[in-house]
Design a protein around this ligand. Structure first.
Ligand SMILES: Nc1ncnc2c1ncn2[C@@H]1O[C@H](COP(=O)(O)OP(=O)(O)OP(=O)(O)O)[C@@H](O)[C@H]1O
Ligand SMILES: [Mg+2]
Length: 391
């Protein structure tokens, strides 16, 4: 049985307000760590608040452990919520902040003391129990907010960007703590973040939302390696996937050409795919498609040896690697990742090479769904690393 089951969930504010959530379906297994990601305003917080019972459902159903909870108040749902802004009581000590929710539940005093001691120990807060929130650092306050959810021992944890106020170091330390807590308590967790590292490292399953819709649910590997559509492919990954729209032409023998207007001397370029290396039947639709390539799957070569000719527009040193931004078509920039430093300059022409197996295919329409097909490799086309590299 799912810990949380969401069916055809719809939310709008006010009677004729726009649809903020558009018929969501989602299933979360007990003990699973689910991460919600998506652009600002896509409905992540709204979804959490509906699950918590802080907002009313417009249509559809929320079930917890099999029971419909649509009309249950937050206190009846056995959840602990950690907000981005901590929402601590400023006039109470850390100890009082931690015990507040428990006193309301009429737990025995000794039990409350024991839970506070355990949570404080786990979160490194023991020495701060008598302090007020204002006397704590941001990271300590954040841990109090997590502790307050923890002492309730809820079946389900909801986190809304809990680490976004922390500096980079504290953020990664607290991320590890959250992962540890989850390993120990195995509570079902739903976690909203803008941080891809958090999403990829913490999640059992990632839910990608766009404008009130769920565009893919999958493991971190699935959403990275087999994105269901262009939105997911572009959103996941730093940088996101590189895209190129073009016209698909097929020969009688089954080879496919992907034509686009590129850079270089001949602006009309064609990327050749042998039989089995590209989806078939594309020309029966309108003949257009979008190909996608991850930055790390693209190799640089001399312009004459590339699958695509591109013009370097910017170099971004990241220390351990350099991002090379290059124009592959007028106004269309791709990002490549090169280990170490490169001696290229803006304006240089370079060739880009890639294995046909690394190409993702998407529909050219607005939905941009992934086009799946059985890739049949033709050994002679295997590409070895380019003979010329730039240093
Ligand atoms: N009380 C409200 N009344 C009307 N509209 C609202 C209300 N709360 C949120 N919205 C709208 O609902 C949409 C989704 O908001 P939500 O806060 O869920 O986004 P989010 O994905 O959490 O974004 P962010 O990443 O910026 O936190 C937004 O367009 C927002 O303006
Ligand atoms: Mg939000």
């Amino acid at each position: 049985m799912s810990a949380v089951e969401i069916r055809e969930l719809v939310k709008s504010y006010g009677r004729n307000g726009p649809l903020i959530l558009k018929s969501l379906n989602l299933s979360i297994r007990p003990g699973e760590f689910t991460v919600l990601v998506g652009p600002s305003g896509c409905g992540k917080t709204t979804l959490l608040r509906l699950i918590a019972g802080l907002e009313e459902v417009t249509a559809g159903e929320i079930r917890m452990h099999g029971k419909v909870v649509n009309d249950l108040p937050p206190a009846g749902r056995d959840i602990g919520m950690v907000f981005q802004d901590y929402a601590l009581y400023p006039h109470m000590s850390v100890r009082q902040n931690l015990s507040f929710g428990l006193q309301q539940r009429d737990l025995p005093k000794a039990e409350i003391e024991a839970r506070i001691a355990e949570a404080a120990g786990l979160l490194g807060l023991t020495e701060f129990l008598e302090r007020k929130p204002a006397q704590l650092s941001g990271g300590q306050r954040q841990r109090v907010a997590i502790g307050r959810a923890l002492v309730k021992r809820p079946k389900i944890f909801l986190f809304d960007e809990p680490l976004s106020n922390l500096d980079a170091q504290l953020r990664s330390r607290t991320r590890v703590e959250i992962a540890d807590l989850h390993r120990r308590f195995k509570s079902t967790s739903i976690y909203v973040t803008h941080d891809q590292v958090e999403a990829m490292t913490l999640a059992d399953q990632i839910v990608l939302m766009e404008r009130g819709r769920i565009r893919q649910v999958g493991t971190p590997e699935q959403v990275y390696e087999r994105p269901a559509n262009r939105f997911v492919a572009g959103f996941i990954g730093t940088p996101g996937m590189n895209f190129l729209e073009g016209e698909v032409v097929e020969s009688k023998e089954g080879a496919t050409g992907f034509r686009f207007h590129g850079m270089g001397e001949r602006s009309a370029q064609t990327i050749r795919f042998a039989l089995g290396e590209a989806p078939r039947g594309m020309t029966q639709a309108d003949g257009r498609a979008v190909i996608g390539l991850r930055a790390e799957k693209i190799m640089m070569a001399e312009p004459s040896r590339g699958d695509i000719v591109a013009r370097v527009s910017l170099l971004e040193p990241h220390g351990h690697e350099t991002h090379v931004l290059a124009e592959v078509a007028p106004g269309l920039t791709w990002t490549l990742r090169v280990t170490g430093r490169v001696s290229l300059s803006a304006g240089d022409l370079i060739g880009l090479r890639f294995k046909r197996n690394d190409v993702h295919w998407f529909a050219a329409d607005e939905e941009g769904e992934r086009i799946d097909f059985d890739f049949l490799p033709t050994p002679k086309r295997e590409i070895s690393p380019p003979s010329v590299t730039y240093h």
